[in-house]
Design a binder for this molecule. Structure first.
Ligand SMILES: Cc1cc2nc3c(=O)[nH]c(=O)nc-3n(C[C@H](O)[C@H](O)[C@H](O)COP(=O)(O)O)c2cc1C
Length: 325
């Protein structure tokens, strides 16, 4: 597989295999899109022309906000700002995905989670309150409404954030999910909230808009989720009509303890790729274009995400996909 090769994600054709993964920039004004934010995305779209730019996580409802500077997609008056982002991203010929998030106990709202259990890797937290089933259903509705807004704003696809110790990930991880009802216990039960959300979002966006899930597949902590769980979850997600598996870490956030090599989640994506038929995106530790190429050649994944390197340098992949003046 070549970095320059196009790829189908659901019904969407993506022009190359480089992805700019979601990264919060702190450039919003109280959650609203600013000129600086539009410029930031335009610079990366024109400078590096990744096939997909996934914009930074957006909160779907005020109670699910991660922090004060996080981008909002929680009300209809945010649509116009997001439209400016998708227009800027399209200037580089890139496709745009919106990442939708509820922070759960990892935010500034009332801490709620799968169970009354703190995130093991986060200090100084108030113990969260366990969500009721009615609340779960209303959060699923908020994800669906936010996804509709994303489509109205011109995004080509939407991504659900089930990684990095946020709410959907708190349900997936056995470290934070101790529920005894249908949303806890077995892997299938711990995935129920996510799978129901996938179904609600699919209903809202229709069959043609690609739906991605960022799965914090493994916690890499004692008694946490394991790569083998991620493989089973990936199969369940594929069967639930998900179009793209964006693989990252869970309670260890986006890092893998003891690993800094290019593609430090590749042992997980390789196993997932072997058991699924939809595109798998690998992100983490890639610093050079050659490293991205090598991971694709070795079939560790179908797409490669490059985060911090693109954050630092908008022209990280200058000239790779088109001859630039
Ligand atoms: C400043 C910063 C903000 C981030 N914000 C998000 C985010 O909004 N959503 C998300 O899923 N991951 C987020 N991440 C994780 C990145 O998407 C990516 O997985 C991580 O940086 C590892 O890739 P890299 O080694 O290429 O940087 C963020 C990372 C950084 C450095």
């Amino acid at each position: 597989m070549l970095l320059e090769q196009e790829i189908r994600v659901g019904k969407l054709t993506v022009s190359n295999r480089l992805v700019m993964p979601p990264m919060q920039t702190n450039k919003t004004n109280g959650g609203r899109v600013t000129d600086a934010l539009v410029e930031y995305y335009r610079d990366r779209a024109l400078g590096s022309r990744p096939g997909i730019i996934i914009t930074e996580h957006s909160f779907i409802m005020p109670s699910g906000r991660a922090n004060e500077r996080q981008l909002s997609i929680a009300s209809d008056d945010m649509i116009a700002g997001h439209k400016r982002l998708t227009d800027a991203i399209r200037e580089g010929g890139c496709t745009a995905f919106a990442q939708l998030n509820h922070a759960g106990s990892n935010g500034v709202g009332e801490p709620v989670s799968a169970s009354g259990v703190n995130i093991p890797t986060k200090k100084l937290q108030k113990r969260p309150r366990e969500l009721t089933v009615d609340e779960i259903v209303s959060i699923e509705d908020a994800f669906a409404t936010a996804a509709e807004r994303a489509v109205k704003a011109g995004y080509d696809g939407v991504e659900l954030h089930c990684a990095h110790a946020y709410l959907l990930n708190q349900f997936y991880s056995p470290l934070t999910n101790k529920r005894r009802d249908a949303y806890g216990g077995t892997l299938e039960n711990r995935l129920r909230f996510l799978i129901e959300t996938v179904a609600r979002v699919r209903q809202a966006i229709g069959p043609d808009v690609p739906l991605a899930v960022r799965l914090g597949g493994a916690d890499y902590l004692p008694r946490g989720s394991k790569e083998e769980d991620a493989v089973k979850a990936a199969v369940i997600l594929e069967n639930a009509d998900v179009d793209l598996l964006d693989i990252s870490g869970g309670m260890c956030f986006y890092m893998r303890p003891g690993h800094a090599e290019p593609g430090f989640f590749s042992s997980m994506t390789e196993k997932i790729k072997a058991k699924t038929h939809i595109p798998v995106l690998l992100t983490g530790g890639v610093k050079t274009v050659d490293e991205a190429r090598k991971l694709l050649e070795e079939e560790k994944a179908d797409l490669i995400g490059v985060g911090r390197a693109l954050l630092k340098d908008a022209n990280w992949a200058v000239g790779v996909f088109t001859k630039q003046e």
